[in-house]
Design a protein around this ligand. Sequence first.
Ligand SMILES: C[S@@+](CC[C@H](N)C(=O)[O-])C[C@H]1O[C@@H](n2cnc3c(N)ncnc32)[C@H](O)[C@@H]1O
Length: 623
Amino acid sequence: MSKVYIINYLAKKIDAKKYLEVGIDQRATFDNIDIPFKIGVDPYVDSPGIVQQTSDDFFIANNEKFDLIFIDGLHHVDQVYRDIINSLGCLNPDGMIVCHNMLPTSEDMQINPFRGGMWTGDCWKAFVNLRQTRGDLEMFTIDVDMGLGVIRRGKQNKVRVDREVNYENFTYHKYDWMNIYSLPAFYEFMDESNILDAMLAHFIQATESPEVNFYMGSHYHKIGQTASAVSFYLRAAERTHDDLMRYESLLRAGMCFNSQGCRNNSVEGMFQHAVALMPHRPEGYYFLSKFYEEEKKWFSGYMTACIGEKMTTRTPTKLRTVLSYPGYYGLIFERAITSWWTGLCNESRRLFHYLSVYEPLDRDHKKATVNNLKFMNGWKEDSDFISFLKTKDQELEVSARDLSLYTNSNINQLKYPFKHVNLVDRNYSEAFQDMFILYLNKGKKKGTYLEIGAGFPFFGNNTYLLESKYDWSGVSIDIETESAERYLRDRINTAVCRDAAQVNYVNLLEECKMPYIIDYLQLDCDPPAITYEILQRIPFDKYSFGVITYEHDYYNDESKSYKQKSREYLLSKGYELILTNIAPRQGCDYEDWYVHPQLIDRALIDKIKNTDSSVKIARDIFL
Ligand SMILES: C[S@@+](CC[C@H](N)C(=O)[O-])C[C@H]1O[C@@H](n2cnc3c(N)ncnc32)[C@H](O)[C@@H]1O
């Protein structure tokens, strides 16, 4: 068993002399630990050497100090939290704590109380709590045996958790929250000079562990030994209960077969099997479609890419390893190539043009896209293309031509650059709002926002760039069910379907665990009277916002009053108006932009501030 192996491995590293195990059950771990002095605690186990008490009672009476403590008792968050704190109280200075069951692989598995089947409990939440609050500890989780959390005294950057600590959020953020080490990464961290030897020694003691088999596979894969890699991947797929691991094992086995050449049936079978297992994830369709494309099976490739595009999410949870899957646009790219060869030439042209303008392609895809467009004798915008964009995920309400975007080819013209600006391949806002926010926040990572009037998740959206490249979190509100559903499907951060003019913002922000200082507030719900009504509901006495973009829609406001009213209101709340009458294009004076003067650097404000009465085309401000 991996837990036995890892505990003995760590014991040897720190020359542990005294061991405590909380929760003994059949003694499967306890009896196999090679440490001379051992104490076991379990209220329900009556056997030699075991203190028959609850861990709480044991720690009250205990005077002993330990070098290694294994916490594997009652897997409830509060109990495990207490067990860890009590263990720290009797741990020798260089001692270590290992906690079992820190990485559940399904929601059911971590629900309390125990309802049968495989169960980890919700003890992972205790680990997240300490990762947030204890800078004086070093903590990481090894991805074996349902997750072994390791704790010792030291230092860590406290993790920032700004959303509810629930299982769904865990699936997206566990790598950060739990500081997960793959098995090879763990042995590297332990300064093993030969990772393969370290892994093999582990494997010999834990041949049935799915994780160990998986990581043996990924290690052999990395060093180019694909025959060995395949056999380990298949062993992992056969042994695991975790569909995600099975999926990744099958994809990786398919990739290995593919690199061997002449194993086409196996490649196809592995990828098809992966798709069948997780039909809502995009990677399987991508690899399968690409395989068909390389085999010139154009119709199969086209069909696979089309189904993939329709069935899958743009933002799947992370896999254990990085695959050569480029991102969602990979599916669109495969559809573009295969549609050409199936005779759907206009569709192909439109897709390549779409890719070249609207998707953040990597260098290879960009080059191939440009070459393909040249090969197809260029592309002319036609009514089909506009209607294609309009139907594409029904995202494009604004005509594509109205979006004036920044792309990294403009980097040298950018008048207001910021830290990490090289991360931005393109922006998404209609009028450079995202670039404005990042400028004033100095390219901040992990900022926060409240987005009122969510609209589309990508096109013309003010927060997608912040979320996708700068790891911002936040909540978006929209009255349209479709909009909120698209958000929930395609974005990592959350959205709610509510009437923003009825929302109790204090309750909502508390529910979403938002901080009292929020970096960005978007107000954009036409008509202008509604946006103004919503503005008055914002709890400015409790929450402060670094930057505000306010859509008054002056060009569309028959009363011509809301621009002035909103200015007076926001100024009365202490906000400073720094850019007036912003327009995405001629004749469309629609927004004012504000800052909180205590939260934003004065030098940055003064550099960009312009509050004269002119209408300002956003692109001209920034480029
Ligand atoms: C998962 S089993 C332990 C498995 C064992 N460590 C191993 O590796 O084979 C959990 C054990 O925790 C024990 N337990 C339950 N409540 C406890 C408590 N409050 N204090 C200590 N142990 C407890 C149960 O009796 C059970 O034997």
